[in-house]
Design a protein around this ligand. Structure first.
Ligand SMILES: CC(C)(COP(=O)(O)OP(=O)(O)OC[C@H]1O[C@@H](n2cnc3c(N)ncnc32)[C@H](O)[C@@H]1OP(=O)(O)O)[C@@H](O)C(=O)NCCC(=O)NCCS
Length: 150
């Protein structure tokens, strides 16, 4: 598999811009249509507080992640999705690590997320630990996971 990670640019973008609209298409396809769901991913957004992060190859958006602050110390990572054609070369990991750096720079000390069981190990490799019971969200099993940001 080709390694794209060295050529990737990670940048935040604003709610409503053209990249944001592109990201809706990407995450709707990867996160919802794959489960047979028809609502747009943007239905789950919190435009006033979300921080939108993209992974770009040239001008092309190939991965996304959203940070949603929960309280003064805690931020939730959501909607992580990497284009199927670019997986397995460290882009997901790079998005998570960049989001942690952004969270730290905003003063957050705890990252939490709802992990689909299919990606539990991905998050474990990045230092996330299960917290609490398995639960269902959008009809699929998830684990609550968290990581202290040092
Ligand atoms: C999960 C996802 C973001 C991973 O992106 P990626 O760019 O392929 O991941 P990376 O290449 O950065 O992988 C980093 C490490 O995690 C591992 N990994 C990746 N996906 C994994 C998975 N589903 N299960 C277990 N390990 C996984 C990789 O093998 C790699 O391990 P290494 O560091 O030992 O080499 C991507 O598969 C995806 O978009 N999945 C569908 C959407 C999804 O489920 N999002 C999460 C919702 S909670």
């Amino acid at each position: 598999m080709q390694n794209f990670a060295g050529n990737i640019r990670l940048e935040t973008y604003r709610y409503g811009c053209e990249i944001y609209r592109e990201s809706n298409t990407l995450r709707s396809r990867i996160l919802l249509e794959s489960l047979g769901r028809s609502e747009p991913a943007s239905d789950y957004d919190f435009p006033d507080i979300d921080i939108y992060l993209g992974a770009f190859l040239g001008e092309r958006l190939i991965g996304t992640l959203i940070l949603t602050p929960l309280d003064a110390k805690t931020v939730r990572m959501r909607q992580l999705a990497v284009d199927e054609n670019f997986r397995g070369s460290g882009i997901g990991k790079a998005l998570v690590e960049k989001s942690e750096a952004i969270a730290r720079s905003h003063g957050f000390s705890l990252m939490m997320l709802h992990a689909r069981v299919s990606v539990l190990e991905f998050y474990q490799k990045l230092g996330y630990e299960r917290a609490g019971e398995r639960f269902f969200e959008i009809e699929i099993p998830h684990w609550l996971m968290q990581k202290k940001l040092k």
